[in-house]
Write a protein that binds this ligand. Structure first.
Ligand code: NAD
Length: 491
């Protein structure tokens, strides 16, 4: 197989920042500690990064509080917040290839995805919320009596944002965009596996003109830096994306200060394929819906329900596509699948593959490590999976797809909803009424019809059930970062 490497993309982009950004200054952790961030394709160290903990979080919270309550940001006109967000979007565009390369280096995702998916969505997100900055307003409300009653939407204040490693820059953008449009100040705790692009983006935010203290970035570990942010009494809100088990800890830690929390968590999303669908499109959608980003998507279509009439035909076509996926160096422009993010994820996925085999599911393609260096897992398809198997119930967060045959529409709705999660779902059919019926019946925050993983900054995204609380993106996300104040004036 011939490979082509883009002449513009370097396998070793320069790592410009490894320190914490607090109050507009780059600093070492007060403890002096660092941690290593690794290249998952080579298992080699990329850089040592400052390891923030409770003392650094406290400094960052003080800076964010100061910036929120006094100075330039506290007084800023809403239009100027929009201008700053647009300027940040411009700078991301100006440095798009460098950021894409840094994301690929730290996370392992194929460079073609960083360039074509992650970075353009980051730019769109900043521009979308730039447009909202001066359109966040309340209502006048007709109440009984001789009063003028109106509402104001005020920024929630100092916000702690904790993000995962699967889309480091995009998860940052989903959180920074609405928070900055609303006028909040931020302490971001990136995932320990992928701190590099958040630090580079923080530098671009300074260059864009965000005043010191508005955006602070403190890399570190979850149970230390993350927990300190959640417990800090002067943080008004925590916005978290990650696993539901971590969210349970955060909810308990946030209880002490009755902190406003929003959660974007995991899923076990059903992808329902009817016999009357365009089967080639459905197969392509199932492949993309699960294998994109190495299967490390919260909304991965990991339970593929296929109507029995087309089951064998579907599996044959899917296996042909999955086994043909190009794995390898994520910096090769034709690589479709890179390594998993780290050894722990790699081992967890291999463990699920063993459990699938042991439970009697048919592994029809993949199932092994790919190569002998880097955390690569072959695209894996299990057929004849039953609802009670662990691979059908738990989020694997890797390139492992389960095919579950079904007979009827009522049956598939019941089985699709038989999950603690409710993040996303998809249905493939040519029957419009059937599509809308499924869209209404499935308990999930997003339903795609004859498509998968269609994201837009304007379309809200988030989960029912244990997949989350609140919504990101769209106008809906502004509610995460605003308090509603009611003012009543006697006339
Ligand atoms: P994770 O929960 O292990 O970690 C996420 C973040 O939480 C990291 O920054 C981590 O350091 C921090 N953290 C860990 N323990 C903490 C604690 N006690 N207090 C505060 N912070 C703590 O998740 P992950 O493995 O990085 O990411 C994968 C998960 O994220 C999957 O479940 C995936 O579905 C979910 N996810 C959801 C969405 C969505 O929009 N719904 C998007 C991306 C990822």
């Amino acid at each position: 197989m011939a490979t082509t490497t883009s002449p513009d993309i370097h396998a070793t982009p320069e790592v410009k920042h490894t320190q914490l950004l607090i109050d507009g200054e780059w600093r070492d952790a007060q403890s002096g500690k660092t941690f290593a961030t690794m290249n998952p394709a080579t298992e080699e160290k990329i850089a040592d990064v400052a390891e923030g903990d409770a003392a650094d979080i406290d400094l960052a919270v003080k800076a964010a509080r100061r910036a929120f309550e006094s100075g330039e940001w506290a007084e800023i006109d809403a239009r100027d917040r929009g201008r700053l967000l647009n300027r940040l979007a411009d700078l991301v565009e100006d440095n798009l290839e460098e950021l894409a390369a840094l994301e690929t280096l730290d996370n392992g995702k194929p460079i073609r995805d960083s360039l074509a998916a992650d970075l353009p969505l980051v730019v769109d997100c900043f521009r979308y919320y730039a447009g909202w900055a001066d359109k966040i307003h309340g209502d006048t409300i007709p109440i009984r009596g001789n009063y003028l009653c109106y509402t104001r939407k005020e920024p929630v204040g100092v916000v702690g944002q904790i993000i995962p490693w699967n889309f480091p820059l995009l998860m940052l953008a989903w959180k920074w965009g609405p928070a900055l449009a609303a006028g909040c100040t931020i302490i971001l705790k990136p995932a320990e596996q992928t701190p590099l692009t958040s630090l580079r983006l923080a530098e671009l935010a300074l260059e864009a003109g965000f005043p010191p203290g508005v955006i602070n970035v403190v890399p570190g570990y979850g149970p230390t830096a993350g927990a300190a942010l959640v417990k800090h009494p002067d943080v008004d809100k925590i916005a978290f994306t990650g696993e539901h088990l971590t969210a349970q800890i955060i909810m308990r830690d946030a209880a002490e200060t009755i902190k406003n929390v929003t959660f974007e968590l995991g899923g076990k999303s059903p992808n329902i394929i009817f016999a009357d669908s365009n089967l080639d499109d459905a197969v392509a959608g199932a492949e993309f819906g699960l294998f994109f980003n190495q299967g490390q998507c919260c909304c991965a279509g990991s339970r593929v329900f296929v109507e029995k009439k087309v089951h064998q035909q579907f599996v044959d076509k899917l296996v042909a596509r999955a086994s043909n996926r190009k794995l390898g160096n994520p910096f090769d422009m034709d690589t479709e699948q890179g390594p998993q993010v780290d050894q722990a994820q790699f081992e967890k996925i291999m463990g699920f593959i063993e459990k699938g085999r042991a439970a009697g599911a048919a592994c029809v393609t993949g199932g092994n490590r790919f190569g002998d260096k880097g955390y690569f897992v072959e695209p894996t398809v299990f057929d004849n999976v039953t609802d009670d198997m662990e691979i059908a119930k738990n989020e694997i967060f890797g390139p492992v797809l389960s095919v579950l045959p079904f007979d009827s529409m009522d049956e598939v709705v019941t089985r699709a909803n038989n999950s603690v999660f409710g993040l996303a779902a998809a249905v493939w059919t040519r029957d419009v009424a059937k599509a809308h019926h499924i869209a209404r019946q499935v308990r999930a925050g997003t339903v795609w019809v004859n498509c998968y993983d269609v994201f837009d900054a304007a379309a809200p995204f988030g989960g029912f059930k244990m997949s989350g609380i609140g919504r990101e993106l769209g106008e809906a996300a502004l509610a995460n970062y605003t308090e509603l104040k009611t003012v009543t004036v006697s006339l």
